[in-house]
Every structure is written in C-alpha cells, then in structure tokens.
Ligand binder design. Structure first.
Ligand SMILES: Cc1cc2nc3c(=O)[nH]c(=O)nc-3n(C[C@H](O)[C@H](O)[C@H](O)COP(=O)(O)O)c2cc1C
Length: 306
C-alpha cells in the first residue's frame, strides 16, 4: 500500500483510488496475466444477471476519432457460474484490491435475485447496480430514468444485503443530482458516474451501423469532461461516496474526478488499450501527492469555486 493514496468509502478501505471500470476487467482472472491486479485500488466486475446472456450480435465494438463505441449487450455467464467459478478465483488470488460486482437485470426484481444469490459468496465486498446501460433492448437506462423502477431496483437489492451498494447512473439524465438523491433515499450507499453515452457510428461503405446492435455506448477520452461534471453535480446533491468514471487516461484525469468529489476513479477504455496504464497512474498519483504534500483523502471534493 502506498502512503497517501488510501481512501475509505462506504466502510471499505481501498489501497488507492484507481479501479478498473465494469465490463472492462471481466472477472479479474482474464487480466491476471497482463496486469498486476494487486497494484490497483480495486475493480468492478463485468455485469452479472440471473441467467446467462449471450449478448449483442457482432461486431460489438468499434473505434472512431472520439473514442470507442460498444454494444456488448451485457453478455455474461449468469449468477450461478459467477458464484461457482469466478468469485472463488477472485477470493484466492485478489487480496488488497476491493472488488464490486456489477449487477444487471431485464426487470427490476432481477437485481434482488442476483444479490440474494451472490451475497454469501467470497471474493467481493460490494455491488454496483447498473441502471444506465445504453445498449440493451430491455433493462437498461430506463431503470435510472424512471423513479419507481429505480426505487424497486435499489430496495430489492437492499433487502438482501448489508454490503455497500453503489448505483451507476447515466450522464444523459437531465437532473442527475435529483436521481442520485432518489437512489440514496431508496438505500444506495454510493453513486457511480458515469456509464457510456448512447451513440451510433455508421459504416459508410455498407451504409449500415458499424455495430451489430445498431447503436452503442460511447466511451473514452471525450467522456472525461462529462464525467467530471456529473461527479461534481452528484457531490452537490448527496453526501455519499462517489466512484467517478469516463475517459480517464492519466493521473491528472484521476485528480480531476477526485477534486470534483469522487473517492475512487474507474478506468475502462484506456486500460483496454494499455493494461499497464492503471498501475502507472497509481505510481504517478503517489508522486503527485508526495510533491504536493497531500493525500488523496484530503483532495476528495476539494475543488475551489471558479
Ligand atoms: C467494452 C465495455 C463494456 C462495458 N460493460 C459494462 C458493464 O457490464 N456494466 C457497466 O456498468 N458498465 C459497463 N461499461 C461502462 C464502463 O464501466 C465505464 O462506465 C465507461 O466505459 C466510461 O469509462 P471509460 O471512458 O474509461 O471507458 C462498459 C464499457 C465498455 C467500453
């Protein structure tokens, strides 16, 4: 553990604030050969649903000048396989980093079903409820946008666990602070912002959408400013810990999120391109804090007004 980087959020101690974002770290095992998981503050698993999901048709990812677009469609092996195979692997191999399980469902009750099934499994310390996926036909962004559905998702999960519940919101919500408040009132312990932004890239030669699903979620560098603003807005609205995400490529980007109010910051697209980047960012962050004579914990939400 590097001095000055430790953060506490929702009763969990993270050795540093740098996480891998949901869907880009799979269930840890897939990354163990290409990066040192122990250098991280933690990671969020790929989505877990009650039943296995085969996901969206190929192609599922594409690049464009502004970043990346994906419609993976929340493909995952389902909660039984995750409990039987993936979480025991994490328990045996991941020690310092904190692990959150990302949960999805087609209907609101699915979230409680997954949480009830996984709650006594080893290998993780909390949940992230994904109510903001832009690229599924059923059970995506509408959960975050509909107050009743949001309440049902969170209360349903809350009924089955004492572990921390983060709720992941979309930057497309017009009043994201109000939605964060509703999430906390329904039982959320923390908020994650942001998920990808809906988009479409056209393959001009084929005169068709590039992705098999048609539309997809945009991620990468362009999301940084959007994510930082969402973090700041959520910080103004609620007192709970925030996980920031969106376009992070450097320690400076992590610091932007932290100053805006995030306790932890998740990296997605940039870590897919360069798996060594997250550990390098942790080292750069440590150097920055040492040079400035400060700690990450002191910097959370320390943004001065302009
Ligand atoms: C390929 C891919 C798969 C993703 N899968 C999930 C997922 O299963 N659950 C989720 O909540 N977010 C998912 N996300 C969103 C990321 O966790 C993150 O919020 C978003 O990509 C913004 O961060 P970035 O710009 O650093 O990638 C996915 C993103 C990508 C690129």
């Amino acid at each position: 553990m590097t001095a000055g980087l430790e953060v506490r959020a929702c009763g969990l101690t993270f050795p540093n604030p740098v996480l891998l974002a949901a869907g880009t770290a799979a269930y840890g095992r897939e990354l163990a050969d290409v990066m040192s998981l122990e250098a991280l503050g933690g990671f969020v698993t790929k989505a877990v649903s009650p039943e296995p999901r085969s996901g969206a048709p190929a192609p599922r990812v594409g690049d464009f000048g502004g970043g990346m677009i994906n419609a993976v469609g929340l493909a995952n092996p389902g909660m039984e396989a995750v409990k039987r195979e993936d979480l025991p692997w994490i328990a045996a191999h991941v020690h310092a980093p904190r692990v959150l399980v990302n949960v999805v469902g087609k209907v609101a009750e699915d979230f409680g079903t997954v949480v009830a099934h996984l709650d006594d499994a080893p290998g993780f310390q909390g949940y992230e409820l994904n109510v903001s996926c832009p690229n599924v036909k059923q059970g995506g962004m509408e959960f975050g946008a509909d107050p009743q559905a949001l309440h049902a998702v969170i209360a349903g999960a809350r009924a089955h666990t004492k572990k921390p519940l983060f709720v992941k919101l979309s930057p497309t919500l017009p009043q994201i602070g109000d939605v964060a408040k509703r999430a906390v009132d329904a039982g959320a312990d923390g908020i994650t912002v942001i998920n990808t932004i809906p988009g479409m890239v056209v393959d001009v030669e084929r005169r068709r959408p590039l992705l098999g699903f048609g539309s997809g979620g945009v991620s990468g560098p362009g999301l940084l400013a959007v994510g930082v603003l969402a973090t700041w807005r959520v910080k103004q609205a609620v007192a709970v810990p925030i996980i920031g995400a969106g376009g992070v490529q450097s320690a400076q980007d992590v610091l932007q999120f932290i100053l805006a109010g995030a306790s932890c910051v998740a990296i997605g697209t940039a870590a897919l391109a360069d798996p060594k980047l997250p550990a390098r960012i942790v080292r750069d962050l440590a150097r920055w804090c040492e040079r400035e004579g400060t700690t990450v914990a002191e910097l959370v939400g320390a943004l001065k007004s302009s």
